[in-house]
Design a binder for this molecule. Sequence first.
Ligand code: NAP
Ligand code: G4F
Length: 326
Amino acid sequence: MAKRKAFITGITGQDGSYLAEILLEKDYEVYGMIRRSSSFNTARIDHIFGDIELLFGDLTDGSVLNRLMRTIRPDEVYNLGAQSQVHVSFQVPEFTADVTGMGTLRLLDAIREEDLKCRFYEAGSSEMFGQVAETPQTETTPFHPRSPYGVAKVFGYWITRNYREAYGMFAVNGILFNHESPRRGPTFVTRKTTRAIGAILRGEQNELRLGNLDSKRDWGFARDYMQGAWQMLQADEPDDYVLATGETHSVREFLDEAFGYAGLDWNDYVKIDERYFRPAEVDFLLGDASKAKEKLGWEPTVRFPELVRMMVDHDRERRHTEEHYV
Ligand code: NAP
Ligand code: G4F
């Protein structure tokens, strides 16, 4: 039997690298879209370079997306590519809307144009809940995004649903709460913290500048969430699912756990810096993944303390060059 083909946008990112590994384990042919960069941007996937096919493209370039869909004819498409930094989205709102919102439409439309019968996964976000209308947040909680990024993701969510309803596409939204790992981008608060701890322990850094320590997030392990994304595309019917741990912690609690595990007191190192505050904040997120548990049999395998330790251990053992993602 021919191997199933999967196409991943954002394959060089945290989630894309885990998803590519998961799909290779399941014997898929994996195709990934990468962007041209003036420096290397494939550190997270270098260890599987020989097993996957990488093709240049961009979510802002519809003609390339059309060509890739026509030539690859994938069975499954995972749209993970995005300008994914919430804070940065306030500085480049139009670009964020173009990549993170319109990019989803371009990819869906490339699939429709080619009349592909493939299944489509959209990387939706708990940022869509924003100023939360209820707790915990589920698939039926109304959206109230608080950033250009969140607004772009709401567009991605609805255009995915629209293509499902209008054209009968097997198109699903994962509504994923924050998920982290040793491969997490270095500007997100968890990895910024664990990298700083490694540098402090090596005597290379003596302060960590952060913004709002009071916001709370439902933090899980990225690989678990990519396993869930794959499960969504194996279901009998297309639907939308929340993935979350059902536990919430403040940034301050993350600092307690991470610095405490390293034998340090964060009060000795953390400085509050106004530059890291956002024009509008998402104060509180807590997800209820009951639907994914019941319908897909999905379960998170890594809890908060284990996740923090995994990241601290990684960053204290290795120097920060992005050669060391695996
Ligand atoms: P990430 O590490 O920031 O990776 C983003 C990926 O998108 C990278 O491969 C990046 O390529 C690519 N990309 C950026 N701009 C692009 C463009 N114009 N065209 C094509 N690709 C582009 O993000 P992640 O944490 O893996 O998240 C994956 C997806 O899930 C994103 O859509 C994110 O918004 C969403 N999400 C993430 C979380 C989370 O907690 N991690 C939660 C909910 C939703 P380069 O490497 O070249 O920059
Ligand atoms: O780590 P963060 O930047 O993640 P945020 O904004 O929750 O977004 C992440 O999760 C979303 C899912 O809900 C994804 F859709 C999105 O793509 C991304 O992966 O910030 C977490 C919290 C915020 O409240 C922020 O204000 O940490 C606070 N924070 C405090 N100091 C900081 C810092 N965040 C960052 N990045 N850097 C700081 O210095």
